[in-house]
Design a protein around this ligand. Structure first.
Ligand code: GCW
Length: 714
């Protein structure tokens, strides 16, 4: 081969190796750039000692070796003797671990927690990653590697980390035909057709990524369920996935279509009180456990948006949930029964309906049932007050359902870091048992003394090369997992870790990126739905603004139902003069929100119909404030665009330009939202957009004419 050709080839190969296509997520393990830190690590880490023969133990060992080799640029070999700088990762079956007298701490670590401690053993300086189980060791290993990746000091580590929530689950709204409901990152990663024989490397990498942030469960299928997944053909495929995920500590769950006994069982009814139906589910469940001995259980959407359920037979949600709970109980399974219910026929505010249906059932569910509640009362809107069910059902374990996929938050094109929104809800005080009764304490079971707890995040993962479509959407998967493990973590800390691992430790990059990530949710709220507006997006696909929509078959699907704009003002009166939904909250919460003068601006139009000339805290009128917020949103995202441009030199070309292009789309979409909404609301307010702002350059008719027949995720 001629020299130039060899050179060219080397260049090409190096080029591919260096290509940052986002596939590696936050687990890149590239050589650390800070030479001082690197040298410290290189002298501080000399060998590894690990324990265990399980597949999980092998994964932990391999992760540690690969991670260290990548980050330190040097092979760190397994040793059988302890020397200075040995990393000992294992359970008490390892003599070093058992002799460290970690007893008390290890007792606290439980089944999944771990300890990382820099200490001395036989006069040698070591770092121990200790846990009671191999999966605990794996979690600890990922944590330790994160410390290195983010260039933290390791000479005085003393960490005990225990998950606050037991079941930390992803919900995939993936259909068997590989479309993903509300998915913006391509098709489903589950290639059902080739399963069970073909195990895509992605399944393994998916499990590894989830384990790295502590996620320990996955519901493979859409809550708008297809009963076929419960048939033998599909159970074999599910089993293959379960086998792949098991060593990573991840359990598989399925959605159960309530009418399955009819559709695939040949029965005439799916009535939960019918003994044949009960027996059918028992048999089906036994069959599932034969394929998947550690099957997690069922997730059910019933009597909601057209899904079948117990109410078809005049039975309650508790009757339905308990029947399934009885079927999985002897196998240790759980049932996650969704509270996302509302009906067009019920002549009451949609906000109130889930509470009205579920609160009376408190205490009627079996021990292995969790009621899965969305963070807010309507539907994953850009900002919602916390769901009034949190605090209202002390005798039932309530689990949180967050939406990680950005159905209402800019879908595949907007950069929005959701951690701040998740935290806003988790930290909200329900006052259900006096001051300090946070949503987080209800979800983790500590407030009401529940022994099972869970959190669900509707996944934003698809078969796009970078998993989540938008490179920054990876941060939401990451943040969800980290918060499910520890809801006390600060959003800034999570962003900091994620940026350093995903992009670079370069301070300027980290500081600037972190700042705009933390601001990004409020920015989006400002240009989409400021001051408590909600549900004013496009019909069906939910893409873009459509506050004028009024002709959908169901009143409660129409934006006009939610904003109620008229010549007098805008907003939904949920006080005693209106639907009185506020009565569903504890007095302390309701008292604050029911008064226009004490209700926080961000929830104002959630609870009040406010006059256009109402004086806001800022001194502006409501109309002026609305304009101000919409303009502020657009201006802020333009500013982010400018900041991103300055970061070009710190990271790879691929991801830099992807984000740059997406930010340009986001700015255009923000302007679209602002102009369309203001032009529309102006038809009621009948006042000009205050003069200093650039005026909308298109007409309301133009915005109304836009159609997106093939918008994704629908
Ligand atoms: O937000 C809405 C979505 C539906 C979804 C439903 C739900 C899976 O628009 O696509 O259906 O919520 O959560 O059940």
């Amino acid at each position: 081969m001629k020299k130039p050709l060899i050179l060219l080839l080397t260049f090409l190969i190096a080029g591919t190796l260096l290509a940052e296509d986002g596939y590696r997520l936050w687990l890149r393990y590239d050589l650390l750039s800070d030479k001082t830190v690197l040298n410290k690590y290189r002298t501080g880490i000399t060998a590894i000692v690990t324990s265990g023969n399980s597949a999980t133990a092998a994964i932990a060992k391999e992760e540690l070796q690969n991670g260290l080799q990548g980050l330190l640029g040097k092979k760190i070999l397994p040793a059988n003797k302890i020397t200075d700088g040995t990393i000992v990762a294992g359970t008490p079956t390892l003599k070093v671990i058992s002799s460290l007298s970690l007893g008390n701490h290890l007792a606290k670590a439980g089944k999944e927690g771990f300890i990382i401690i820099s200490t001395v053993f036989n006069g040698k300086k070591i770092i121990a990653i200790a846990a009671n189980t191999d999966i605990g060791v794996l979690y600890g290993t990922f944590y330790f590697l994160r410390l290195l990746q983010t260039q933290q000091a390791i000479d005085k580590i003393n960490i005990l980390s225990v998950p606050k929530i037991q079941n930390r689950i992803l919900n995939h709204w993936d259909n068997l035909n590989r479309t993903v409901e509300r998915g913006y990152a391509g098709f489903s990663i589950w290639d059902w057709h080739k399963l069970p024989d073909y195990i895509d490397q992605r399944y393994i990498d998916y499990a590894r990524a989830n384990a790295s942030i502590g996620i320990n469960g996955t519901v493979l299928t859409n809550v708008n369920a297809n009963a076929l997944v419960l048939t033998k053909t599909y159970l074999e495929k599910v089993a293959a996935l379960a086998n792949t995920f098991r060593p990573y500590g991840i359990k598989v769950y399925l959605t159960a279509r309530f009418s399955a006994p009819i559709e695939i069982g040949g029965l005439k009814t799916a009535d939960p009180l019918n003994t044949e139906v009960q027996q059918w589910w028992k048999n089906k469940t036994n069959e599932i456990y034969q394929y998947i001995p550690d099957f997690g259980g069922f997730l059910v959407k019933a009597n909601s948006e057209g899904q079948p359920g117990p109410q078809n037979y005049g039975r309650s949600h508790a009757d339905g949930a308990n029947m399934l709970a009885d079927a999985v109980a002897s196998h240790g399974g759980i049932v996650m029964w969704r509270a996302f219910v509302y009906s067009n026929e019920t002549p009451d505010d949609r906000f109130k309906q889930a509470y009205n249906e579920f609160k009376p059932l408190d205490g009627q569910f079996r021990k292995n049932v969790l009621v899965q509640v969305k963070n807010g009362p309507i539907d994953f809107q850009p900002r919602e007050p916390f769901h009034p069910l949190f605090g209202a059902m002390p005798n039932t374990p309530l689990m949180m359902e967050f939406q990680v996929t950005q159905e209402y938050l800019g879908q595949g094109t907007n950069l929005v870091y959701l951690s701040t929104m998740f935290k806003e809800v988790l930290d909200a005080d329900t006052y259900s048992k006096g001051k300090g009764s946070t949503v987080a304490q209800i979800v983790d079971g500590s407030l009401d003394g529940h022994t099972i707890s869970a959190m669900a995040g509707v996944a934003n993962i698809g078969n796009d090369r970078n998993w989540t479509g938008h490179p920054f959407a990876q941060a939401n998967w990451y943040a969800y997992g980290r918060l499910a493990w520890d809801h006390d973590l600060a959003s800034s800390q999570i962003a900091d870790e994620w940026i350093r691992q995903t992009f670079t430790n370069e301070k300027i990059f980290v500081d600037i990126t972190k700042r705009f990530m933390l601001a990004s949710h409020q920015i989006l709220v400002n240009y989409m739905t400021p001051l408590g507006l909600n549900h004013i997006m496009g019909n069906g696909h939910h893409y873009g603004p459509s506050p004028w929509s009024a002709n959908l078959p169901r009143a409660d699907w129409n934006p006009v139902y939610y904003h109620r704009a008229d010549s007098a003002g805008i907003g939904f009166d949920r006080t005693t003069t209106g639907s009185n939904a506020l009565a569903q909250y504890a007095n302390e919460v309701a008292d604050r929100w029911k008064n226009v003068n004490t209700c926080p601006d961000e929830y104002l139009l959630w609870f009040h119909h406010v006059g256009w000339n109402h004086k806001m805290r800022s001194g502006r009128t409501l109309w002026e404030e609305l304009c101000y917020k919409y303009y502020e949103g657009v201006d802020s995202i333009k500013a982010v665009q400018g900041q991103w441009d300055k970061l070009e030199k710190f990271i790879d070309k691929e991801r830099f330009s992807q984000v740059k292009m997406l930010l340009a789309i986001q700015v255009n979409e923000a302007i679209w939202w602002r102009n369309a909404c203001l032009l529309y609301f102006q038809t009621f307010a009948k006042m000009p957009v205050p003069g200093k702002h650039e005026q909308p350059d298109k007409t309301l008719e133009y915005y109304k004419s836009l159609r997106f027949p093939f918008a994704p995720g629908n």
